[in-house]
Each structure stands twice: as C-alpha cells, then as structure tokens.
Design a protein. Structure first.
Length: 266
C-alpha cells in the first residue's frame, strides 16, 4: 500500500462510515491525499480528525448524492485545489428493506436517484478532468444483489444492476484514454447500511440484520478492495462464503432460486 498509492489523489464517497471510512483510513495510512465525501458533515470532520497523524492527508467535502445539481461546480473547485483526481471511489449509497407491493414508486425513484444517478453524476463530472490529466481509476459499488434479485431489495437490486451496465460501457469507451474501471461486489460486511436502509414508508430500518452482523469487518473489506485495485480487476468481490451465491446463480440457476427463496432476507 505504501508505495503503490503514495501521493495519489483519491476521492471517496460514503466516507463517514463503513467501507468508505475504512478506505479513507487505509489510503491515508498509505500516504494518499484523500478527499472524503458524505452528506454527514459532522461525522466527516470526525473522520478527518482521526486521520491527522497519518502519512497522507484527508480533506472533507460534504455533499448529498440525492441532490447533484451543483456537482460540476463542486468538482471544478476540488480540481482547482488538488490539481487532479487519480482515483474516484463511488462508495456512497443506500439500501432497502421493503416488499415490492408495499414500496411506493417515489421510494423506488429515491433509491435509484442516490445509488445510480448520484454515482454517475459524480463520475461524469470527474471524467473529463481525469482524461485531461492522462487517465485514472474509477470505482463503482454494486452488491451481490446487483447480480441477482433478492427479497426486500427490489429497488436496491435494480439500482446496483444498472451500475454494471454503465460502468462496463465506461470501460469500453474510455480504455483508450487510460481510464481504468472497477466494480465492487460486496456481500455481507459489518457496516451500518442496514440501519439506514429504507422501509416502505421511507423510514430507516434502524437495526443490524443478522446476516450483516456475521459479515467481514469494514477494514477487511477495504483490504480486499485495495488488493483488487492493485491488480486493476474489473470486478472485485468483497466478503466471504456468501459470495458463492454468485457462482450458484450463474451455473446452477434452478438451485439458486430454491436457496434464495429460503434465505431469511433480514
């Protein structure tokens, strides 16, 4: 980590907790200049302060993925200060805990706005600058639910599946510009994503799911991601044994549908 990312300018969304926060610390320890973003400005300040003694630096830049109306101006300001962006890690997003029949359309739109449109808006704003500086690496965060459907995750799964199409196309269109693209596919990671997941009313789920509690730590997830970035992997699997569901879905779909229907989705 020390030599590979030392001096790199790394922008991380979802940086106030979970995988995003763990990545902020990992890159700062490795000597990177980190731009940490989230809609939780107070928590961002706390994360920044906790990294003050590390080899790299962390600068908080708060914004909300659900409102990207001023994103081009915000990106221009970051570029003016930092000079360029070497790596963009789109980690921020929101999950869901609601049946399809109970989920109002406005909630589907909200989840899609944050997970899909928020992510691609920042990516589109950074991309021309990255091309102009000779290239860089762009990362999107999907999920194992971005590869198959799962109960109580309809809008979440749809938003994550949409990211695969966009970022695979980004890779194909801009490989000639030295733009490297990776998509993260996390399984169960011990973060607060289930706490903030939206129920059918738009309220937060407010608790840690059993499966989530048994997942890998956010620090371990960050190290898995970093190893994948070193290797420039197009898809980076993050988690543990639950990732076997991806192979079962691909090679034994009938078995997958039997298993998925029995798994407790909370």
């Amino acid at each position: 980590m020390k030599d590979f990312f030392t001096g790199k300018i790394v922008w991380i969304t979802g940086a106030s907790s979970g995988i995003g926060e763990a990545l902020v610390r990992a890159f700062a320890e490795g000597g990177s200049r980190v731009i940490a973003s989230s809609n939780e400005s107070v928590r961002l300040t706390e994360v920044t302060g906790s990294c003050a003694a590390m080899r790299g630096s962390v600068t908080p830049v708060a914004f909300d993925l659900s409102d990207m109306s001023g994103i081009e101006e915000l990106v221009a300001g970051v570029i003016e200060r930092e000079g360029k962006i070497d790596i963009l890690l789109n980690i921020g997003g929101i999950s869901q805990r609601a049946l399809i029949r109970e989920t109002p359309l406005w909630l589907d739109r909200k989840i899609m706005e944050i997970n899909y449109f928020g992510t691609i808006a920042l990516t589109k704003a950074v991309l021309p600058w990255m091309i102009g500086s000779g290239g860089g690496q762009i990362v999107a965060t999907s999920s194992i639910s971005g590869r198959f459907g799962f109960p109580l995750r309809s809008a979440y799964s749809a938003s994550k599946q949409a990211l695969h199409g966009f970022f695979e196309t980004l890779l194909l269109e801009h490989r000639k510009d030295n733009i490297r693209v990776s998509v993260l596919i996390p399984g169960r990671v011990q973060t607060r994503i289930s706490f903030h997941a939206l129920t059918a009313t738009g309220a937060e789920h407010g608790k840690m799911d059993d499966g989530q509690a048994g997942g890998v730590s956010a620090d371990k997830a960050a190290q898995q991601i970093i190893r994948g970035l070193r290797r420039n992997k197009r898809e980076i699997l993050v988690g543990s044994s639950e990732l076997l569901m991806l192979k079962i879905r691909k090679y034994m779909p009938a078995l997958f549908f039997r298993i998925a229907g029995r798994i407790k989705p909370m």
